[in-house]
Each structure stands twice: as structure tokens, then as C-alpha cells.
Design a protein around this ligand. Sequence first.
Ligand SMILES: Cc1ncc(COP(=O)(O)O)c(C=O)c1O
Length: 378
Amino acid sequence: MNAQAPIDRGKADRPIPKPGILGISPYVPGKAKADGIDHPIKLSANENILGCSPKAKAAYAAAADQMNLYPDGRSGALRAAVAERYHLEPERLVFGCGTDEIFQLINQVYLEPGDNIVQGQYGFGAYAIGARACGGEVRFAPEPDYRIDVDAVLGCVDERTRVVFIANPGNPTGTWIGAEAIGRLHAGLPPSVMLVLDGAYAEFATDPRFSEGFELARAASNVIVTHTFSKIHGLAALRVGWAYAPADAADAIDRIRLPFNTSIPAQAAALAALADTEFQARSLALVEQWRPWLVQQLGGLGLDVLPSATNFLLIRFPTTPGKTAADAEAFLASRGYLTRGVAGYGLPDHLRLTIGLEEHNRAVVELVAQFLARKAQG
Ligand SMILES: Cc1ncc(COP(=O)(O)O)c(C=O)c1O
């Protein structure tokens, strides 16, 4: 069906989705299954390979006694803890069912049909879905060298731009831009445009020139910083994300969010996870230990691996038939290792690989070596 065809929806013989909805491609998550393999190693969704904090698990289990109750819709205890940990004003925080929901809410608050958002060429898929659902146009700023280009982003902005979404570090690229570049981007934006800095992987970015943007957001009336409990805290299943927003934006978002968008077990687990700095340090240490090793080993096999500030790597494969990223994804899956093909992000020659435990990382390198050698001989 042509989603653009003009239809008088009031005269249709059945309810017809509003224009644009059927033109949206649904989000494709990383694969969780491999044919014929009972327990594949999932390195396809940038989850925390260590699981989560045992304290978070205990808090989740303890919350089972409260399943008959509605949660605190303001996530009060978690709000206070996040505010204290990050030195933020509690009333400027917004909590959501993952940061995915927060992106959706930001789009709903700011976009009318005909408005647009700007994101990087390889930007995270969730921003665009929400924007299109609001009748918004999505503009992709070229990312030369697989990195956000401030001038390219600014070049996409016009008087109908309402939001600029920057994942920093980016997914699926893993690259980042520094505080200076973010400052220049913000300075170049009209004050009417909301700049969203998505810090889903910020805890893995250890370069001192990296900034999450809280200082910028504190003083600006048009900057939102988002964070998630899905990555370093390992609570992706529970769906908790938060945003630090200007007070009027936080107020607007709170007006339209579902009243109980984070559950009691999720709030309790997130609260315990936030306090477990030992687990966070362990998660970061694992990534810091194996990230350079994987880059070096895979690079040694002749593959281009982008420098990453995240818990994953983006790896470029040859275009030779039999050696492509899709072939490598299938080969690894057949041996029980799930990686993420990113053709849907416009990167058909790349695979995204979540950094695993030592045995996973060693096995992946060995399998990739076999894959490349096999095809070279074959
Ligand atoms: C860049 C980026 N932002 C946000 C998210 C979503 O996080 P959440 O689980 O909080 O919805 C992801 C998840 O993969 C991501 O890669």
C-alpha cells in the first residue's frame, strides 16, 4: 500500500493510520538466536556481559512483595539518588521506560508535522522512529570518518528544526566528539532548537576530553542529557532511563509521559545498581582491558576497526564475495557467536561486536581468523 496516497480517512472502510506511520521501518534489535545453537553468546546488543549488580538483583527480588502496588510515578528515591550522584537538580530530572521512551517523549513535545530533527548519518535508530510518528522529517548529517561532524549537523538545521540528537559516544560507530566540539555545536544552534546529548555509553568513554555535557546543560535552556541503566548497570530488561533537562522541558515531558512509566522492581534495582560502584568499576575494567586487545587482534587480521569509546566495536569487512560482513555474521552465528549486522544503519560492510568476557573475545578473534583464512583458501 502506498502510505503517501491521499486517503480521506474519515470515509475509509476501516481505521487508517495517519500519514507517515506505515512509512516507518520498525526498529530491528540485535539477534538473540542462532539456528541449531542452544545457548549462543549474544554479542549483538551491547548488553552488559557481566550481568548486573548482585545488589540490584536482590532489590528486584525484594520488590516482588509489592507487585500489587502502583509505583511512585516520580521515581522519588531514584531521582534523589541520581541527583546526588551527578550533582544535578532533582526537579530537572525525567525518568522513562528506557531512554528510548524519553526520545519519543522529546519528539512528541517539540515536533509538529513538517518540523524536522537532525541526527548523524549513522545515528541511533530510535530517534527517527519517534520523529516520524509525529509527522517530522529526519535529516541525516554526513559523518565523514564515521564521526559526528559539527558543521555538517549545523548545515542541516533550518527554521523547522526542533531537535538535534547526538549520541555521544555514537551507536553503531562507537566514536565520540569532545567537549569543545559539543560547545561549538551548541553555540551554532538557534536557541529554539533542543540539543539532546545521548550518553547511553558515556560511562565507557574514559578520555579526559570527553564530556557528558552536564555543565553545558546546567546553564543552557536548550540542552538535554540522557543516560540509561541498560548498559554499564546491566539492567536493559528493566527499562530505566533518565534525562537532565531544562526545567520547562522537564515539566513539558512530565505532562505527557505515562504516569507510571517505571515499575517498582525497576526503580528498586536501578537504585541499588547506582550505589554499586564496585560493579560499575568491574564492568568498565573489563571493557578497558579487552577493547584495545580486540582492536589490535582484529586489526592484525587485516580488518579496519574504529576506535571505540563504548562497550562495542565496529569492524569493517572486505567486500569480496564470501568475505563480507554478512558472511562473517553468518559464520560466527553458526559457531554460536551473535554479532550485529548494521546494513540498516547504512553500513553494509560492517559488523558491530559487543566486547565480551575473555573467553568470548579470544574465541571471536580465533573464529574471525578462521573465517578469513577459509575464504582466502576457498
Ligand atoms: C545510542 C543509544 N541510545 C540509547 C539506547 C537505548 O537505551 P535504553 O535501553 O535506555 O532505551 C541505546 C541502546 O542500545 C543506544 O545504543
